[in-house]
Ligand binder design. Structure first.
Ligand SMILES: Cc1cc2nc3c(=O)[nH]c(=O)nc-3n(C[C@H](O)[C@H](O)[C@H](O)COP(=O)(O)OP(=O)(O)OC[C@H]3O[C@@H](n4cnc5c(N)ncnc54)[C@H](O)[C@@H]3O)c2cc1C
Length: 180
């Protein structure tokens, strides 16, 4: 009984400390991203609200911040900010993971949304294509055809992204698709 009472008291005392720490962390993270010029969706803006809608509606999470980098430097700076402020960082490509892992799989992550990294460059001689991790199935299939009348096996959902195709085709290294 005494143990239980202590547990309740300790929880009540620690809760505000944890909350304020995470608020401070979030403020430090926002400042860092702003200082380094990393594009973000501001918390509770229309874009933010839309972007954090999970594919699996049963598993919603709220990120600490939502970066939408446009350059490699932005990605590097976002990761730097996460490390500096001790906030977990994860990439989000299409956000199709059943467990909402693209949103971190828990509250409080810095999400690095890869939507602007969707280039597809086909090398016809090598029979490979370099595909950005934000590339969606529809864009990839179209680019493969446009750039060399090539194709890869895929499903019928044009919104799927590269992480999905990695698993689907299961033959390639991080950014190189072997054209079948
Ligand atoms: C309707 C539906 C059908 C599906 N069918 C299949 C299927 O037939 N076969 C199959 O294998 N899977 C299937 N999946 C699962 C899906 O392929 C995986 O969840 C895949 O990871 C989704 O890719 P995504 O880019 O949307 O990932 P996200 O949800 O954006 O991210 C998933 C994980 O990958 C990480 N990640 C994303 N991008 C990067 C990156 N650039 N670098 C490093 N890490 C990154 C994220 O941090 C996160 O941990 C299906 C999912 C759905 C919703």
């Amino acid at each position: 009984m005494i143990r239980r009472v202590w547990l309740v008291i300790a929880t009540c005392l620690l809760a505000p400390i944890t909350a304020s720490t995470s608020l401070e962390k979030r403020a430090a993270l926002d400042n860092c991203l702003a200082d380094l010029g990393v594009p973000v969706y501001v918390a509770d803006s229309k874009d933010f609200t839309q972007a954090i809608k999970p594919f699996n509606l049963r598993v919603p999470f709220r990120p600490a911040a939502y970066a939408v980098p446009e350059t490699i430097k932005h990605v590097q700076d976002a990761v730097t900010c996460g490390v500096k402020t001790d906030v977990r960082v994860n990439a989000k490509s299409g956000g199709h993971s059943y467990g909402s892992h693209g949103l971190g799989g828990e509250d409080g992550h810095l999400v690095v949304d890869m939507r602007h990294f969707n280039n597809v460059t086909v090398d016809l001689e090598a029979h490979t294509a370099v595909v950005g991790s934000g590339g969606r199935l529809g864009n990839i299939a179209t680019a493969l055809y446009d750039q060399g009348k090539q194709a890869t096996s895929h499903g019928t959902c044009p919104g799927y992204v590269l992480a999905h195709i990695y698993r689907y085709v299961a033959v390639m290294s991080v950014c190189r698709l072997t054209i079948l």
